[in-house]
Design a protein around this ligand. Structure first.
Ligand code: ZN
Length: 436
């Protein structure tokens, strides 16, 4: 009996492996689609009052909308804020029995480095060693700083030419989701429920997701496809607050200031001196949070200090806030003539606070990665994501890998395998939701 079971299991594995290799290919390979998208300049801009922050993002939005229609999506629309929405109807006897899964990628690239005239270069059949980018020999992707290169022998590595970023963040996500949809259309034997698709602007400047229409998007759960190395799954960000400490002094003409002037600069210096050295960004990593005085103004009359607070644990965040308030009390005691006030605002919370109640989201992503032959792992993000905001707006949304590396810089890269394996993982993922 046992051997019969084993045999049956073996056969099942062989059938699924065969089925995967027998898939009809998409109409366009994911790498070709990716190379087309990165050539479209979609750089977003800081401190704009409109969404999208730059009109050029609409060039990719409109193209994606057109291509979504071509691959059979329904209800394709580009909102007034440049968000592309679409629905891929499921092919199950009753699609309402499985959750509608959302897949989201962002179209914009970082304001930090130019995304105009991106010239992607394919380093075919990489054989090890540092990669020097041809248009600027100072731009070197070194094995020392990128040990992941050692796992990429034989892969086709894709970089920019040294003058721009590549834009894999997050056009890899866009290309992988589109190729998944294309592959589903070519292979109706792949069973899946309804899939809600969105491509968003302004992720890099944090404005786009505020305009996201969670209700009409129609998903029960979702994933952003915006992470890095193959296998990396993130269901946790840290929680974030910003503190503003104001030191109110009294200014007057320095020639007649005796007994009148109260110089706020000395109070702010005293306050800064009280920061413990072991809780700063420059002294912490991994799961350890920080307090980071990062900007301010210095005036005799009024000096202001801004401080970022970050911690994966809400209690840890509260402890840091209490520390700042205690330091205010101490400095105030030393400088009774300066009026010191502190104001703390919440920016975002760790999405794990919500996602802990949706373990299947992480579990299914792990299973989908394993079926693609990858070794999945959970990585907490030392930052915020669009998914974190969506999670607190009612749509639980962890983040999945794209295969990309070195985001926001000229040394950004991805690879053929990175793009193909992520696409394969997404195809597995929608099937796993359908099978449950
Ligand atoms: Zn991104």
């Amino acid at each position: 009996m046992k051997s019969v079971l084993t045999l049956a299991l073996c056969l099942a594995v062989i059938v699924s492996a065969q089925a995967q290799s027998q898939l009809k290919p998409p109409t366009e390979p994911v790498i070709d689609r990716f190379l087309r998208y990165v050539k479209i300049d979609t750089q977003s801009a800081e401190d704009q009052t409109t969404v999208p922050s730059t009109r050029k993002q609409l060039n990719l939005a409109n193209l994606l909308a057109k291509e979504l229609t071509t691959v059979g999506a329904q209800g394709v629309r580009v909102s007034e804020f440049g968000i592309v929405y679409a629905m891929i109807p499921g092919n199950l006897p009753d699609n309402s029995k499985v959750p509608t899964v959302g897949l989201i990628a962002h179209m914009d690239t970082s304001p930090e480095v130019s995304g105009a005239n991106v010239m992607p270069i394919i380093h075919k059949n990489y054989q090890g060693g540092d990669i020097v980018l041809p248009k600027d020999p100072n731009q070197v992707i070194s094995v020392a700083k990128n040990p992941i290169l050692k796992q990429m022998i034989g892969d086709d590595i894709i970089t920019a030419d040294g003058t721009t970023l590549l834009g894999s963040d997050d056009k890899a996500g866009c290309a992988e989701i589109m190729t998944m949809i294309d592959t589903l259309k070519q292979n109706p034997q792949i069973k899946h429920g309804n899939l809600a698709i969105a491509f968003t602007p302004d992720e890099e400047v944090g404005g786009g997701i505020e305009k996201f229409d969670v209700k009409n998007f129609g998903a029960n759960v979702a994933y952003t496809v915006d992470g890095e190395s193959l296998g990396e799954i993130s269901n946790e960000t840290w929680s974030a607050k910003t503190a503003t400490v104001t030191f109110q002094g009294r200014n007057t003409h320095p020639g007649t200031a005796k007994g009148i002037m109260v110089n706020a600069l000395y109070a702010i210096a005293d306050y800064l001196d009280r920061f413990p050295h072991d809780i700063l960004p420059e002294t912490t990593e991994e799961r350890v949070g920080f307090a980071h005085p990062y900007t301010g103004t210095l005036e005799v009359e009024q000096s202001v200090l801004k401080i970022l607070l970050r911690d994966f644990d809400l209690r840890g965040l509260e402890a840091k806030e209490k520390m700042l308030r205690d330091m205010v009390t101490q400095t105030q005691a030393k400088f009774p003539d300066v009026k010191i006030t502190i104001d703390v605002k919440e920016n975002y919370k760790n999405m794990k606070e919500v996602l802990k109640d949706f373990p299947e989201l992480t579990d299914n992503a792990i299973e989908a990665s394993k079926r693609a032959g990858l070794q999945p792992y959970i990585k907490p993000i030392r930052g915020g994501t669009d998914g974190a905001r969506l999670t607190f707006n009612g749509l639980p949304t962890p983040n999945l890998f794209t295969g990309g590396q070195n985001f926001h810089g000229k040394l950004e890269f991805n690879s053929r395998r990175g793009l193909e394996k992520t696409t394969e993982m997404l195809i597995n993922l929608v099937q796993i939701f359908a099978a449950k």
